[in-house]
Design a protein. Sequence first.
Length: 248
Amino acid sequence: MRQLPELSLAEKLVHTGFIFLVGLGLLVAEAYVYLTVGGKNGLTVHAVVVHYYGDRSSSTLQSVLPRMMDFSGMPAAEKPKMTAAVDHWIANGETEAEYESQIKPLIAANCLKCHSVEMSKQLHNPPLASYADVKKVAQVDTGMSLTSMLLNGMVHLTMLGVIFWIAGWIFSKARFPTLPKLILIVLPFIAMLVDFSGWFLTHQNPAFVWLVLVGGALSCPIALLEMFLSLVQMWFLKPRAAAGTAAA
């Protein structure tokens, strides 16, 4: 089998194009996870737990309420009033009577510009236009739903499986000790399966979050390492024949 330095120029170019585009895509995906899962405080263990297990100490409404009030431009002096009203309503059983008298006016004044039925369809926000809508988001946050995990899993496993296969196939032509090469090739596939299983296990018990962390740390980064090493060998190592001629 020809190794990477012995490939033709056309083969090197097509492999290089793949490495640059897909490598950039994986870096963007890592940044997306960092920003969406980690948020302002970064990708901490707690942030990953909240993403998959949820923050079951408070409802979804209570956890997102500070951001909602910031986006709405609510005066700082009014924020404690709304927080206290929502906390009291949820603690007292989320009755419709209290909703009508205490919660609905606050939501109508501050939230419906983004959470009306019409705007929710455009922005993909949960609507807050009725008692049933608000009661739904007043439930305890249990993290990513099972249906979302299945959908994301289908996309991740399919797309990353193809990427890892091509990256591993290119890297298989590298000049590298056999055992480390085999480990690097197979590790992203195993890590992705560990990561994926960790989603469901963490959803049931946050103690399994280490599976998500280890799987995430060893899947895309290892594939990126394979692609980087392949790129270096393609363009900076001499073909064996040429190397032998130069030495002679």
